[in-house]
Design a protein around this ligand. Sequence first.
Ligand SMILES: *[C@@H]1O[C@H](CO)[C@@H](O)[C@H](O)[C@H]1NC(C)=O
Length: 251
Amino acid sequence: MLLCVAAGAAAVVPKALPSNWKKCSRDNPKLRECLADATEHAIKEMSKKGAKGLGLFPIDPLFLSRVDIDRGDGRTNGAVAIDLHLSDLNIHGLRHTKVLNVAEADISNYHFKMFVQVAKGVTLKGQYKMDGKVLVLPITGEGKCEISLENITAHIELRGNEVIKDGQKYGYMADWKFLLDTTRLRMSFDNRLNSNKQLGKQMDSFLNDNWNEIWQELRDDIQEAFSSAFREIFNRIFTKIPYDNLFPHHL
Ligand SMILES: *[C@@H]1O[C@H](CO)[C@@H](O)[C@H](O)[C@H]1NC(C)=O
């Protein structure tokens, strides 16, 4: 998957957090609460404006060039067997992200864990190309699609280590875990080639009635798409801002 959240060359010029972002001293006795608040604020700031100094484009909408979901990978052996190729996707809604909890902020061991939620959900709008079957019905088509994930939650865990570049200490987040969940998936696909209008309507309601099975099929790939996008954003921040500037001893 190609990502367009990041722009600019990777020269090692030490940067600082944008001046209007909230900062947390590592000696803050309420460090986890401070980081939850600062992260949520940073996501809001990045939503519309990005962070030019760090080479980050705005993230609401967040652009993903492709997400490919293949039945060939052995996961899809139930009622749903589709190859679904999504492209030119714009993901809307990340500005409503809440950081519910920072469960771990172990600065000296480069270990962070947080739980985030977008209660309002996000909507993926873009193009799709689909080929496969649902039950015994062949289902093919291409055109516009809209996929809504209501009330999404994500568990994010980062583990890293120290890296020295040009005499500066940076945190390198080598290990990254990202688990995504939703309480409801809704889909609408335009232009299924082989379906007449009536069949198309029935298929839409069938897909939406069986959203949980569809979600189980799509989940790994959608999770991976979100995960890569956020990993890229976090890495931009960690590789450009010296660790002691990110988490200063004093403010
Ligand atoms: C949203 O998802 C979380 C985690 O799955 C759940 O605890 C919460 O009850 C959900 N809220 C709504 C409004 O569905």
